[in-house]
Ligand binder design. Structure first.
Ligand code: PHE
Length: 338
């Protein structure tokens, strides 16, 4: 056996360990020096052929080498393991198809919101916002719902300790906007509203509404019909008709409920529309003179219409979702379908 200089060998082994970039290679270094067929085993095996004097010294040096290098290899191994290196990670197939990064996507309510905003913007409407924490004045009084009016019962909500309340509809935004902006004006607002309600498939304590307002010198119900019918046609990508039925809301006069031809049967009558051919979509009407006054506008000069509707319902109809609670459940099996 050729003479082996353990001192020099140790320096070399240390250098090699330092340079390793993978567990795989580290294992090779172990085999080379400390493995069964490695250099140190060879030295130990050759001890018996050495003269007595040399035997002890060489044996000690070999064991010393084994211990020190063994420890260094262990240490280095730990670094790789902690960093998540895997055994045999030195080779990779550059032709293998990569893993697609999973990118997020928008919530169905956000998707519907973007579409609605775009349609109205194309018809000359601005998109505006108002606070979710609202005063009694904007939520009720300014909209012609005085304190003891029974209509307040319809909009039961959560009253906060700071004297404000969680808005029950997005209609207060109409007043807030008219206070600061002179007609002619066209706006929509989409936002969260709150009701003190028991939840079921079509009711939540928290949901979204879409409110619209158009005011000018001669804005009338015919304009309203045209705008809303066109909005539904573009949103549902189907020809639809609407019809107005007299209804009451304190902040409009006259007021109406707006129905749309059933998308499922196209007006023929089916189970979705209870065989009527119509679906109830929103409340609307001509802005009440008192609302103009409360907003600082003279009802003698201005007239216009307003509407308000459940936004979740709109999205549910478009995407054929049958339970409003799915929007807020955070269930990925549902969300990942969009
Ligand atoms: N704000 C009413 C509601 O929440 C809807 C509505 C808006 C009705 C505007 C008429 C005009 O039910």
């Amino acid at each position: 056996m050729a003479k082996i200089n353990l001192k020099l060998l140790k320096i070399e082994a240390k250098k090699e360990i330092k340079k390793t970039e993978s567990l795989d290679y580290l294992n090779k270094i172990f085999d080379k020096y400390l493995g069964k067929k490695g250099i140190v085993s060879e030295v130990l095996r050759s001890l018996k052929s050495l003269p007595q004097t040399k035997r002890k010294k060489t044996g000690e040096a070999a064991n010393d080498f084994k211990r020190e290098i063994g420890e260094l290899i262990e240490e280095r191994k730990k670094i790789f393991q902690n960093a998540g290196y895997k055994i045999q990670d030195t080779h990779f197939d550059i032709t293998a198809p990569g893993k697609k990064p999973v990118s997020g996507h928008l919530h169905p309510l956000t998707l519907a919101r973007k579409e609605v905003e775009e349609i109205f913007e194309n018809m000359g409407f601005s998109v505006v916002e108002g606070p979710e924490m609202e005063s009694e004045w904007y939520n009720f009084d300014a909209l012609n719902i005085p304190k003891d009016h029974p209509a307040r019962d319809q909009w039961d909500t959560f009253y906060l300790e700071n004297g404000l309340l969680l808005r029950t509809h997005t209609s207060p935004v109409q007043v807030r906007y008219m206070e600061k902006n002179n007609p002619p004006l066209r706006i929509i607002t989409i936002g969260r509203v709150f009701r003190h309600e028991a939840t079921d498939a079509s009711h939540e304590v928290n949901f979204y509404q879409l409110d619209g307002l158009m005011v000018g010198k001669d804005v009338n119900v015919a304009n309203f019909k045209a705008v809303i019918q066109e909005f539904f046609r573009r949103f549902f990508e189907k020809p639809v008709k609407i019809r107005l039925i007299p209804s009451f809301f304190p902040f409009v006069e006259p007021g109406f409920q707006v129905d749309m031809t059933c998308l499922n049967c196209e007006g023929k009558g089916c189970s979705v529309c209870s065989q009527t051919g119509w679906l109830e979509m929103m409340g609307a009407g001509m802005v009440h003179p008192n609302v103009f006054k409360n907003s600082g506008l003279n009802p003698k000069f201005w007239q216009g219409w307003a509407f308000g509707m459940g936004f979740d319902r709109l999205a549910m109809m478009k995407y054929k979702i049958n339970d409003i609670r799915l929007f807020y459940s955070g269930d990925l099996r549902f969300l990942n379908q969009f």
